[in-house]
Design a protein around this ligand. Structure first.
Ligand SMILES: C[S@@+](CC[C@H](N)C(=O)[O-])C[C@H]1O[C@@H](n2cnc3c(N)ncnc32)[C@H](O)[C@@H]1O
Length: 229
């Protein structure tokens, strides 16, 4: 199956898949059950589903020792927490970018309004939550915008998790791809026409169409792949 065929099939798959079917549903649901309930979703104002959280945890655990994870779009820190917990044994560093509650006028120009700008969690609030859960020491919260932070970025990345402005997921992919290590993983959230945003679905199709990308996986609104090089 080509990457394009895989994604097309993911977009067309219907109904809940518990045990069998396309793209390892049994494993995803098991991961969701075992690892995807660690944090209080409502308390975090979180956006990821349990099976998605479980797999974020699993993928984070697959980075090399002392690896680097970059998250675009932290919001209240729910996915950040799964990234941090999942990569604990690898002692990975997590860099999570979000404007948090800074300069609301700028946010209203530069974000897609997927979340309410009125009561966004502050960087400090997210940091405290991470501290309460013993996760803050490996996480750096960067107050800013992915496209701006990318310009001065220096580290190689092992797992790039894209969940920021849904109108610019492809731009995020292009801006951050030069920093990926060989065999790095890229994951797009909301990349499914039914569970996510049509724009991100188009973007993921474009991003993963080349042979560079292998081991594609589809979990609800997530499409992820691993770089061959
Ligand atoms: C859907 S929420 C992220 C949810 C979070 N990943 C989770 O699962 O809990 C998207 C976040 O990305 C932020 N955002 C929007 N544009 C961004 C950009 N260019 N760079 C970084 N973050 C951005 C939004 O303000 C919002 O907080």
């Amino acid at each position: 199956m080509t990457n394009t065929e895989f994604i097309q099939r993911a977009f067309e798959a219907k109904g809940p898949k518990i045990l069998a079917g396309f793209s390892r549903p049994l494993f995803h649901n098991l991961a969701g059950f075992l690892y995807g309930h660690r944090f209080d979703k409502a308390g975090y104002g979180g956006m990821i589903r349990h099976s998605e959280a479980g797999m974020v945890y699993v993928w984070a655990g697959q980075v090399p020792t002392d690896g680097v994870i970059v998250e675009i779009g932290c919001y209240g820190g729910l996915s950040t927490s799964y990234l941090a917990l999942g990569s604990e044994r690898k002692r990975a560093r997590i860099y999570s970018i979000d404007p948090f509650d800074s300069d609301i006028d700028k946010q209203s120009r530069l974000t897609d309004h997927a979340v309410s700008l009125e009561d966004k969690p502050s960087r400090q609030e997210v940091l405290e939550k991470l501290r309460d859960n013993g996760l803050a020491n490996r996480v750096e919260l960067i107050e800013g915008y992915s496209q701006e932070v990318a310009k001065s970025w220096r580290r190689r990345i092992d797992f790039l998790w894209i969940d920021g402005n849904h109108d610019q997921a492809y731009q995020d992919f292009m801006d951050w791809s030069p920093y990926l290590n060989p065999k790095a993983r890229v994951g797009f959230h909301d990349a499914h026409p039914r569970y996510g945003y049509p724009q991100v679905a188009q973007d993921v199709m474009k991003a993963f169409s080349s042979d560079r990308w292998t081991r594609l996986e589809h979990v609800k609104s997530i499409i992820t792949a691993v770089s061959r090089t």
